[in-house]
Design a protein around this ligand. Structure first.
Ligand SMILES: C[S@@+](CC[C@H](N)C(=O)[O-])C[C@H]1O[C@@H](n2cnc3c(N)ncnc32)[C@H](O)[C@@H]1O
Length: 528
């Protein structure tokens, strides 16, 4: 494979690394790559997953929920994948979100998020508490992002399809933590995706450097005092890495680098002609030594670069800097309800694609449960949704969220979110379902975000039950009434919607009637 590397790239790496290290670097292209998956601790405790994992797993040292699996395994072809129990992710790519040190309750922005690898990692760390805003400016890639968040069962995420400069007014100094997993020339992915080599040219590095500079400046404006930005790329070029950070520090004196100790350090010595400017301040030049390089010849993963940047601010927000960034915190608890907030109902906008073209949803006064129904300005009655909740849901999964209707579509949105005036909103929150002609049709996202115990009617198929795969293929199933799990005190009838689970993990809806389960698994998600 070394022969296929673009000659200009080889020459540049030789110049940067020097002959001896360059040989080691080059040799890595002929070595086997590593494969990784990350457990969704928003759905299952890590220990429980390891108990039932069908794969041989080995921990990724820098990611609390990350594991290597062996080449030849096919984790994407397993019912647990459809249950959202893990995400398949290249091991080095697990480092940036880990270094962001997300805590439940944080307000987090994933600025370049599609297809959502790192968004799902952040979501698991939030454990359903706080706000996750994910954005990507590419409309097709956003679809994969939405799907990955849904399969992961994320309840507190908002999905935008925006140019970051349009987000500045709404989110000025709003976020505690921001991840910029920047678009880049992808040199670190040459071994994993050989096509990347064909696209690589010297000028692409310069183009990406321009975009990265803008993204860093925009993120700085959306970050609260005391907040943290993690900047990452999957490329080696210093123009996109150390030079970005040095220039950013020179322009933003309120920021400093929080040193990362776990990996090889960033390279101030790469800040030289002909690759980079040379006139950075001493502070900035020295600071890039605290950023990190993940080299494929030094660890089991592909090439990445990561920098952790802290904005000056109040002491509370700054606590945990420094050493804390090197700790790997594992949290295996399930989704937890955060402090009760006012669940004000908003209703009214009429677009199917949820795009706040100035107006946005209108506010009503009342909450759905126990405090009334839609506000007087609503054109959509929420009664069918309430009836569904009464019939099917044991918990109050929307209690801490704000119900929002866009046309017929109901979402549960993080309550503390600012108004998203004028932004292209793909998902204003957890998609609950459609209110149509006096009926409520629960969404697949609702099923994926629930726990089996939250449903008053459920069916749990064993992994070994041939009906588990048949369900995922979209087939109608024979299901005896006695198999429908329900509390006779609460739900006497087996008839109607039922949360279908595999080994106790929700995979979708079915409708039971007279010994048959009508399959509600969405066609686009089916096992093929
Ligand atoms: C490296 S990929 C992100 C991968 C993602 N973080 C993950 O872990 O799955 C970079 C993404 O940035 C998006 N992008 C490029 N320019 C952007 C911009 N100006 N604003 C927002 N997103 C952008 C691309 O569409 C692409 O999906």
């Amino acid at each position: 494979m070394t022969k296929q590397l673009p000659p200009l790239f080889r020459d540049k790496m030789m110049d940067l690394l020097g002959e001896e290290e360059f040989e080691q670097f080059l040799a890595s292209y002929d070595q086997a790559r590593s494969f990784g998956l990350r457990v969704n601790t928003g759905k299952i405790a890590k220990a429980d997953f390891l108990d039932k994992s069908p794969f041989v797993l080995e921990p990724v040292p820098w990611a609390s929920e990350g594991f290597y699996y062996e080449e030849g395994e096919r984790p994407g072809k397993h019912p647990y994948y459809h249950a959202g129990l893990y995400y398949i992710q290249e091991p080095s790519a697990m480092a940036p979100a880990e270094l962001l040190q997300v805590q439940p309750g944080d307000k987090v922005l994933d600025l370049c998020a599609a297809p959502g690898g790192k968004s799902t990692q952040i979501a698991a760390k939030l454990q359903g508490e706080g706000v996750l805003v994910v954005n990507d400016n590419h409309s097709d890639r956003v679809k994969a992002l939405v799907k990955n968040l849904e399969i992961f069962g994320v309840r507190n995420a908002v999905v935008l399809n925006e140019r970051p400069e349009r987000m500045l007014n709404v989110f000025q100094s709003y976020f505690d933590k921001i991840l910029i997993d920047a678009p880049c020339s992808g040199e670190g992915m040459f071994r994993k995706e050989e096509d990347m080599m064909l696209q690589w040219e010297r000028h692409t590095v310069q183009e990406f450097a321009g975009m990265q500079r803008e993204l860093l400046g925009q993120a700085a404006q959306m970050l609260a005092p005391g907040g943290t930005i993690v900047y990452s790329t999957c490329t080696f070029s210093p123009e996109e890495n150390e030079a970005q950070i040095a220039e950013f520090l020179d322009r933003h004196p309120a920021f400093e680098v929080v040193p990362i100790e776990r990996f090889e350090s960033g390279r101030p010595d790469f800040l030289r002609e002909p690759w980079c400017e040379e006139d950075y301040s001493t502070r900035s030049r020295e600071a890039v030594a605290g950023t990190a390089r993940l080299w494929p010849h030094r660890l089991r993963g592909e090439g990445h670069y990561v920098a952790v940047l802290r904005k000056a601010g109040d002491a509370g927000a700054e606590a945990g800097a420094g050493a804390a960034v090197n700790a790997v915190a594992g949290r295996d608890a399930g989704l937890k309800a955060s402090a009760k907030r006012d669940a004000g109902l908003r209703a009214g906008a009429d677009a199917d694609f949820v795009s706040a073209s100035g107006a946005g949803p209108r506010s009503g006064r009342d909450a759905l449960r126990g405090k009334g129904r839609a506000g007087t300005d609503s054109r959509v009655s929420l009664e069918p949704l309430q009836a569904f909740e009464d019939e099917l849901l044991r918990s109050e999964p929307f209690a801490d969220l704000r119900l929002v209707c866009y046309g017929e579509h109901a979402y549960a949105s993080p309550a503390s979110l600012p108004e998203l005036h004028g932004l292209k909103v793909v998902r204003p929150g957890w998609y609950i379902g459609a209110l149509h002609r006096g009926r409520f049709e629960p969404s697949h996202a609702l099923a994926m975000g629930l726990r089996m115990l939250e449903a008053k009617r459920a069916l749990s198929l064993d992994l070994s039950d041939e009906r588990a795969l048949r369900y995922l293929k979209g087939e109608t199933l024979e299901v005896a009434e006695s198999e429908i799990i329900r509390d006779p005190e609460v739900t006497k009838a087996a008839k109607g919607y039922c949360l279908v689970c595999i080994d106790g993990h929700p995979v979708g809806w079915g409708k039971w009637l007279d010994g048959m389960l009508k399959n509600e698994y969405p066609p686009g998600w089916r096992w093929t």
